[in-house]
Ligand binder design. Sequence first.
Ligand code: ATP
Length: 239
Amino acid sequence: MLEVRDLRAGYAAGEVLHGLTFSVPPGSIVSLVGANGAGKSTTLKAVSGLLPPREGSIVVDGRTLPGGSAQVAVKAGLAHVPEGRQVFSNMSVADNLSLGSYATRRVGEPVPRRLESVLELFPELAGRLNEYAGSLSGGQQQMLAIGRSLMARPTLLLLDEPSLGLAPIVVDPIFELLKRLRGEGTTNLLVEQNVHRALEIADRAYVLASGRVESEGAAAMLRASAEIEKAYLGIGVSE
Ligand code: ATP
């Protein structure tokens, strides 16, 4: 369970998030949608400790995170799959995966067993463990980025634009995987530029505009709302 209250955060140039409140119930998928620059990626960075919040609280399973510490966030069960995948191109697939387990390697499930489960989810990676991550296709790199996060054994997964730049045929298995993770109890916060897909897969969604929550509700309800589509999303909900 993630509960974010009155979150304010920004960069040197100024405040970007002006007091966001939202929650992600256990075992659900919640989407953050909104136009470019609304603050979706900034929200994920603040939640995962990459960007120190200026105000507000971030509570994971009842525990308030200190804010601004990615290491504490990972140890609290949170993993961030960043926009653009950001795999280490000059390292092997195996080493990229292994890095994901580093902060939590001494607790919980042994790392070799985690690797087995990740490779079971992504069989395509199994045959390429010794190859450079940079030699993988875009879709495989996205799988590697997700796999790397899963190596931390997170209870809460933050995904930033997993479909960005990928063909629909490559995106389908990634969304199927998200459904599977939800079914296994993982809690998921999804930022996705493909609003149609985001609202199709999510249980609930929050529409952000200029660093504020403009609207929220069951994803199916938001999907049906042409007014919201026009006013806040800036693009059509149908593909
Ligand atoms: P997009 O889909 O375009 O990534 P977004 O909703 O994820 O949009 P953010 O990336 O969170 O939006 O950006 C919100 C605002 O913060 C924008 O005005 C952006 O220019 C600014 N911003 C983002 N990253 C930085 C940074 N590292 N330094 C300064 N400003 C930034």
